[in-house]
Ligand binder design. Structure first.
Ligand code: GLA
Length: 413
């Protein structure tokens, strides 16, 4: 199977520095890197004030960056053609298309928060698979956030509170400048994760709790399967799910679906009716009920998953992963044939549990596997894909990595 290898920090830093030199004929002030993520459980819960449990990947986006005198932004990327430039004053909602929205948008958002961010130029390179549901966009935003914080002396990267402010700026960039109405899990994972741990995020009170995540000690491994299925209708479908949840919460008279306790679920479902979305479409009551049931039961599964990890029973989380996948497939309807086949083939080859991860409609699945069965499970998934005439999936291993940080300073160290 195609192993998608993570670059070492030195390798990534050198690559970004070399692109910067090639583009600008000078050395950068430094190189910063931020990880992509996989979510262990708690899907489509973040924008409902719920719980989720991401870990950072060793796969990172690297940004070589320097401050410049002029109030301009100039960007190049090894993953994209051409050079993008604009006056900083012209960056904002509705003004930037494509990948620069995620990069320059962070400078705009920091400026909106009153931080003095000046002009800069930067070169980007990344080994986070693109469009694989592994948060390449949050990795890009977070790498710029930590770089701009450092270069302009904002002092936010030094502690978790400051990093939370950087994450908030990244979320604004994504929601308002890039125009993607995502929920905030990815940026927190990229800026606040700690090596060897998962991050329990509570989107109701904004709290973050590190949870021990040491699968190797339990003889286990987490296999990430990038199905390479093209994302289908992602934006529209994601926004529609989110709007449905918000309309359902309004109907129930609560700020978010987090307020629906599992014991109250039957009565809440009974109280729901057809909802009308802001775009004028109507979602029938039966569908609204299924969406709500997913969110409420998924939040409960996060709690059980965390309890298993903290009591050293990592093996017990398999059935929770399976139940999460079934709920996302049947109630929330965000899976796709490639994700379902990856999950089923992994389980058939002995995985203890498997589920789609991230927003869905393509992207990646994760499987909890005995450490000595990683090869067998990967092969079984590969065979299932090839047998259907699909492209071979990619695999990544994930253990829980550290957050965004500077990886090279201007002295080249
Ligand atoms: C995407 C979004 C996140 C989250 C997940 C689903 O990754 O960026 O905010 O909503 O989908 O859990």
């Amino acid at each position: 199977m195609n192993q998608v290898r993570a670059w070492t920090l030195d390798e990534g830093a050198e690559r970004a520095r070399a692109s910067y030199r090639a583009a600008f004929g000078a050395e950068p002030d430094g190189v910063w890197a931020a990880p992509g993520r996989v979510n262990l459980i708690g899907e489509h819960t973040d924008y409902n004030g719920g719980l989720c449990l991401p870990i950072a990947l060793a796969h990172r986006t690297y940004v070589a960056l320097s401050a410049v005198e002029a109030a301009d932004v100039t960007l190049v990327s090894r993953q994209e053609a051409g050079t993008w430039s604009a006056a900083l004053a012209d960056v904002g909602p509705g003004a930037v298309d494509g990948w620069p929205a995620y990069a320059a948008g962070v400078a705009w958002a920091l400026g909106q928060d009153g931080h003095a961010v000046g002009g800069f130029r930067a070169a980007v390179d990344s080994c986070v698979p693109y469009g694989a549901g592994l948060s390449s966009s949050a990795a890009l935003e977070s790498a710029f956030a930590i770089a701009l914080d450092d270069v302009f002396g904002l002092g936010l990267g030094a502690d978790d509170e400051g990093r939370q402010a950087l994450a908030a700026a990244c979320i604004r960039a994504e929601n308002e400048v890039a125009g993607a109405s995502t929920g905030g899990m990815d940026q927190a994972a990229s800026l606040l994760s700690r090596p060897g741990g998962a991050l329990l995020l509570d989107l109701r009170d904004g709290s973050r709790t590190p949870i021990p995540f040491d699968l190797a000690a339990a003889g286990l491994a987490l296999l990430v399967i990038d199905t390479r299925a093209p994302h289908r209708l992602v934006d529209g479908q994601y926004g529609q799910r989110r709007a449905t949840c918000e309309a359902a919460a309004a109907r129930l008279g609560v700020p978010t679906l987090r307020e629906v306790a599992p014991a109250e679920l039957p009565s809440a479902l009974a109280a729901l009716d057809d909802v009308r979305l802001p775009d004028g479409s109507t979602v029938p009551a039966e569908l609204v009920r299924r969406r709500v049931r997913h969110v409420v039961t998924e939040i409960g599964r996060v709690e059980e998953f965390v309890a298993a990890l903290t009591s050293g029973a990592a093996r017990d989380v398999g059935p929770l992963m399976d139940a999460s996948h079934a709920s996302l497939r049947d109630d929330y309807e965000v899976s796709c044939p490639e994700l379902d086949v990856a999950v089923e083939a992994a389980r058939a080859a002995g995985a203890l549990g498997a589920r789609m991860t991230g927003g869905g409609f393509g992207g990646s699945a994760i499987a909890l596997v005995a450490a000595d069965q990683v090869e067998d499970v990967s092969e079984s998934v590969r065979a299932a894909f090839v047998g259907r005439g699909w492209a071979e999936p990619g695999t990544l291993s994930a253990t829980g990595d550290g957050a965004a940080a500077r990886v090279l300073d201007d002295a080249g160290e």
